[in-house]
Ligand binder design. Structure first.
Ligand code: ATP
Ligand code: MG
Length: 357
């Protein structure tokens, strides 16, 4: 296998011109580093520029401006086959008339490698993917998940430095998607190949990534580990896009550079580190549904929704003219409040996260 490779995007932009001569800014000044061997997910709503970014990396789309480095090389002027990337597509893109063996061997045959080497490499990949028994099947004789494994094998066998995925699991049912997600992660770790994975499924991004890149309208909103993105989203968009979030206002009582005293509608909380606020400033903060302390006495609010979900109990309550989502884990041994009742709760001070923007 190749050495692990670093990828860097510098001030990368793409403006499309439609047939009506309108300009669409699909990717807007993206700067991003993918460290050698890292698994990075591009995550964001439909139309935010994920596929366009990936296609520019692969060489299927020419940037309007900016640079792309794969290893030490600026690849902007190279054709896709010269870029040291391999791509796994959403629709598998297998050759329907070829069996699994020939599909996987295809790229190596194009490179005119000796037959014996091709045989050895295909055998190794089939073994890695646990697909030895499928070598002579054609795609129509396999399930979606099996076909997607072949398509992954076909990309891996090229031994390129960077693996690109564009929503490879979106055609699979929920259970298979989960299984394949684990497979991809396991094989990527085993092979150690730098990977960039496009998805609009936040759970998939959480489950796969070393690093998540949240995009909106062509621009990066935040880059961080799944934990950072979930616990410390920089703005309301990121907070709402990953998991569920309650966004509220509070007033700074004191900011000591380490801890902040926050007045939340008359209740005083000591919370996390922040900087640059003055007494009296109004701020917005986020608290996740699971970060309330149910039974606490700081707040009391009418319950407008109360649903038992097995692993947790979901509430909606009305307070300060807005709806709060609150969830209680492991509800089986606890008394729950029905719709129409009143829930009393406090906030976990360490889970109050002040938004920067
Ligand atoms: N060839 C094109 N001509 C004009 N506009 C385009 C073209 N390709 C993409 N776009 C526009 O660029 C923006 C980004 O598209 P892109 O396909 O990168 O989004 P995406 O994040 O992959 O979305 P999805 O999750 O729906 O796949 C969209 O507004 C899209 O309409
Ligand atoms: Mg896309």
């Amino acid at each position: 296998m190749n050495d692990k490779i670093k990828v860097e995007l510098k001030n990368l932009s793409k403006i499309f011109v439609t047939n009506k001569n309108e300009q669409v800014k699909a990717v807007d000044n993206v700067n991003l580093i993918i460290n050698p061997g890292e698994f990075v997910c591009l995550l964001g709503p439909s139309g935010c520029g994920k596929t366009t970014t990936l296609r520019m990396l692969a060489g299927f789309e020419i940037p309007t401006s900016g640079e792309i480095y794969i290893g030490d090389r600026d690849v902007a002027s190279l054709t896709p086959d010269k870029r040291d990337t391999a791509m796994v597509f959403q629709n598998y893109a297998l050759f329907p008339h070829m069996n699994v063996y020939d599909n996987i061997a295809y790229g190596l045959k194009l490179q005119k490698l000796p037959k014996a080497e091709i045989r050895a490499r295909v055998a190794r990949i089939l073994n890695l993917m646990k697909m030895e028994d499928f070598a002579t099947r054609v795609p129509s004789e396999m399930s979606g998940g099996q076909q997607q494994r072949v398509s992954l094998a076909r990309a891996l066998i090229m031994e390129s430095g960077v693996l690109l995925f564009d929503e490879p699991l979106s055609n699979l049912d929920a259970k298979l998607r989960l299984h394949m997600r684990d497979e991809i992660r396991k094989i990527q770790k085993q092979v150690g190949i730098s990977s960039i994975y496009v998805t609009h499924d936040q759970e998939e991004a959480m489950g796969l990534s070393d690093k998540i890149v949240i995009m909106k309208d062509g621009a990066i909103q935040q880059v961080g580990s799944p934990r950072e993105i979930y616990q410390k989203p920089v703005n309301e968009f990121v907070a709402q896009f990953i998991g569920r979030a309650n966004i509220l206002d509070g007033k700074i009582v004191e900011d000591r550079g380490g801890k902040v005293t926050l007045d939340i509608h008359g209740v005083i909380y000591e919370t996390e580190k922040t900087t640059g606020h003055s007494a009296g400033d109004m701020v917005r903060f986020m608290i996740r549904p699971e970060s309330f302390l149910i039974g606490g006495t700081d707040f009391r609010a009418p319950v407008t929704k109360s649903v038992f979900m097995g692993s947790h109990h979901e509430y909606e309550v009305e307070l300060f003219g807005r709806v709060f989502e609150i969830s209680e884990n492991n509800p089986m041994r606890k008394e729950t409040v029905d719709m129409g009742g009143e829930l009393s709760f406090s906030m976990d001070p360490n889970s109050i996260h002040i938004l920067e923007q």
